[in-house]
Design a protein around this ligand. Structure first.
Ligand SMILES: Nc1ncnc2c1ncn2[C@@H]1O[C@H](COP(=O)(O)OP(=O)(O)O)[C@@H](O)[C@H]1O
Ligand SMILES: [Mg+2]
Length: 228
């Protein structure tokens, strides 16, 4: 399946989600190939850091390719994850024509809902006729969600996303704002490798399992630091 992780705004968590998902899939016995089409190259940097440190599993990440669409379509049954940024709109649109699914992380704010609306508006007409998979799914979810139930923005953002034409599903499995993401990334690790029993890990696993319902997860190992 080809999953493109996209939206217009930087900092919404595309690369973080792409990286954590790629490792989660590999850990659960899926073969993954990643594409980093953002000139910021965050996903490639993370994969490189990971291999320098010696963390396993390794990730196979490609950078921009000519005839991108053909490359994306050439991987058969492998899971393909594509991290795209607005800095390369041409690549974003080309990747979206090949996608089975577009995953859109949205931070909980009005500005991010507007940016998502604009994103749908920009990509819709340009890519619809070219799509390989006519059942392509647009899946949005709130990333960096508020931890406290009393804060309204997360609910309001989800409600607004549900109203947007062009979005097929709003995942109820939101990812909350957790410092663990930043810390684990700086070690070339995912939240569920670094702190397998943390809330961040639990949330991420629920999120990934919702995206890949046919995968039955291998139980997490408890680390020594968590036992201490
Ligand atoms: N759910 C989250 N909680 C806390 N920090 C997050 C979360 N998602 C992403 N981040 C952090 O936000 C920053 C931007 O994320 P990044 O994935 O680089 O965004 P993008 O690729 O969309 O520009 C990174 O430092 C990342 O670790
Ligand atoms: Mg990025």
């Amino acid at each position: 399946m080809i999953t493109v992780i996209a939206n217009l705004k930087g900092g919404s968590g595309k690369s973080t989600v792409a990286f954590n998902l790629a490792v989660w899939l590999e850990t659960n016995q899926r073969s993954v190939v990643g594409y980093d089409l953002d000139p910021q190259c965050t996903l490639s940097d993370l994969a490189m850091l990971r291999s320098e440190i010696g963390n396993k599993p390794d990730l196979e990440i490609h950078s921009m390719r000519a005839v991108l669409r053909d490359h994306l379509l050439s991987h058969g049954d492998m899971e393909v994850l594509v991290d795209v940024g607005a800095a390369n709109m041409a690549a974003m649109k080309e990747a979206i024509t090949a996608a089975d699914r577009i995953l859109v992380p949205v931070p909980p704010s009005q500005a991010d809902v507007w940016a998502t609306q604009r994103f749908l508006h920009i990509i819709g007409p340009d890519t619809s006729a070219m799509r390989v998979n006519q059942n392509q799914q647009m899946v949005a979810f709130v990333n960096r969600a508020d931890k406290h139930k009393s804060i309204r923005e997360t609910h309001e953002t989800e409600a607004a996303l549900r109203m947007l034409p062009g979005i097929d599903t709003v995942l109820p499995q939101r990812l909350r704002l957790r410092t663990g993401y930043r810390r684990s990334l700086s070690e070339g690790m995912t939240v569920f490798e670094m702190w397998p029993n943390s809330k961040a890990a639990e949330e991420f696993r629920a999120f990934a399992a919702a995206l890949y319902p046919d995968i039955s997860e291998i139980p997490a190992k408890i680390t020594m630091s968590e036992l201490a």
